[in-house]
Design a protein around this ligand. Structure first.
Ligand SMILES: *Cc1c(COP(=O)(O)O)cnc(C)c1O
Length: 427
């Protein structure tokens, strides 16, 4: 499959039916798997034979879909998780433990920020947040002896900052640690971070990959390039025997290509159990089959809506990396020449009241706390997710009261613009 184009892999990678087998990926709706002898099953437990025994550790439907995403990202191995939050937590915790330290971009999804800043701190994992726009000196200064990983989002949700992946990869590798990139917004159709030096890629598949607002999910992809054994002192979990799993040394047994995902499955999924159900994996795969067709339309609609809003006199400013006026335009062009995503944010003149009136008038776009769906949706943080904050607090947080985030779906851009025009007129 690797020699086929990305478009073809979206449709066909991960599953090739044999003669007379189902054309569509079968849903293995089974918690457990049957064996003729205990010896057969014992080999699976010892990781000596490949196969399935319990769906908390692995399920064939989930593995087929994970293999498709690994192929799209140019990775060596992948695993599905129950949500994007689970993907980021498990990927970080696979190489961090009490006493470890993370360097992370400060411009990331709120849920991931809390995960690191609150929950992982309680587990004894420290984090230093750096601006995605920091200089190389500032970035290098954030590292410590106990730093295990660098984290960032390719296009941040919701700030829409664009990560300079090469800059972050260079600093990570100079300090002997991997770069992990949450690539949810561009998807591998528009950006493949591993090609630019990232080692690990995560996604909330809940967003564009599913694309229909139907199934929560996440995925972890390992590029298979990071040499854990060369930094064995930093990564004892991968490079010394796992006494909780028959003394397996993941880096020795599975090499660069397989160590990370095998440990994350055998140890963390066993203990934490945040699996994706085979039903959800099946739904995710339906989304993936058209990802390469949908993403260009999301980008086309996002660009058209951003340009319309930028020219409108009731709009204070528009934030979209595809606009020449955007501070990330150059870096976005470098990493995503075909565009990034369909999410646009803008500030409407007149603050909270104007935003509320504007949103009430919308007929095509719906009010939702969601993004990256086939149906256009929008959100005013000041009257919803951030409603406990005053106008001054909102301004300080970079979320002015009149800010509206709009996730452009797959509708006709003429209808989307007409909807925005009539709603702006009513303000
Ligand atoms: C939504 C999102 C998440 C969390 O994903 P869930 O599937 O909602 O758990 C993580 N990262 C980014 C960039 C997101 O947009």
């Amino acid at each position: 499959m690797a020699d086929l184009s990305l478009n073809t892999r979206c449709v066909q990678a991960g599953y090739t039916p044999g003669n007379g087998e189902p054309r569509q990926i079968p849903i293995y709706q089974s918690t457990t798997f049957k064996y003729d002898t205990s010896e057969d099953m014992g080999k699976l437990f010892d990781l000596e034979a490949e196969g399935y025994f319990y769906s908390r550790l692995a399920n064939p439907t989930c593995d087929m879909v994970a293999a498709k995403i690994a192929s799209l990202e140019g990775g060596a191995a992948a695993m599905l998780t129950g949500s994007g939050q689970a993907a980021n937590f498990m990927a970080l915790f696979n190489i961090c433990e009490a006493g470890s330290h993370i360097v992370s971009s400060s411009s990331i999804y709120g849920g991931t920020f809390n995960l690191m800043d609150v929950t992982m701190r309680k587990m004894g994992v420290d984090v230093t947040f750096v601006s995605p726009d920091c200089t190389e000196e500032e970035l290098n200064a954030a590292f410590r002896e106990n730093t295990k990983v660098v984290f960032g989002e390719s296009i941040a949700n919701p700030a829409l900052t664009v990560l300079d992946i090469e800059k972050f990869a260079k600093a990570a590798h100079a300090h002997g640690v991997p770069l992990m990139v949450d690539n949810t917004f561009p998807t591998p159709i528009n950006l493949r971070p591993i090609e630019w030096g990232a080692d690990l890629v995560t996604h909330s598949t809940t967003k564009y990959m599913d694309g229909h607002g139907a199934a929560l999910g996440g995925v972890i992809v390992d590029g298979g390039h990071f040499d854990w054994m060369a930094h064995a002192d930093k990564f004892p979990g991968l490079c010394t025997p796992d006494e909780s799993y028959h003394g397996v040394n993941y880096a020795e047994r599975f090499g660069k290509e397989g160590a990370f995902i095998n440990k994350c499955t055998a140890q963390l999924m066993r203990d934490l159990g945040c699996v994706q159900s085979p039903q959800n994996a099946f739904i995710l795969n339906l989304g993936l089959e058209s990802l390469h067709v949908r993403m260009p339309r999301h980008v086309e609609n996002g660009q058209a809506v951003a340009e319309f809003l930028e020219a409108h006199d009731k709009v204070e400013y528009v934030n979209y990396p595809g606009l020449k006026s955007n501070r990330y335009y150059e870096v976005a062009q470098k990493y995503m020449p075909n565009g990034g995503c369909g999410v646009v944010s803008f500030e409407i003149k007149g603050g909270r009241e104007a935003a509320e009136r504007f949103m009430k008038q919308l007929k095509v776009a719906a009010i939702e706390t969601h993004v990256a769906d086939a149906r256009t949706c929008c959100l005013n943080p000041a009257t919803s997710t951030h409603r406990q904050m005053t106008d001054e607090q909102l301004k300080a947080a970079g979320v002015p009261a009149g800010l509206v985030r709009i996730s452009c779906g797959l509708e006709d851009k003429k209808d989307l613009i007409e909807d925005l025009r009539q709603a702006l007129e009513a303000v």
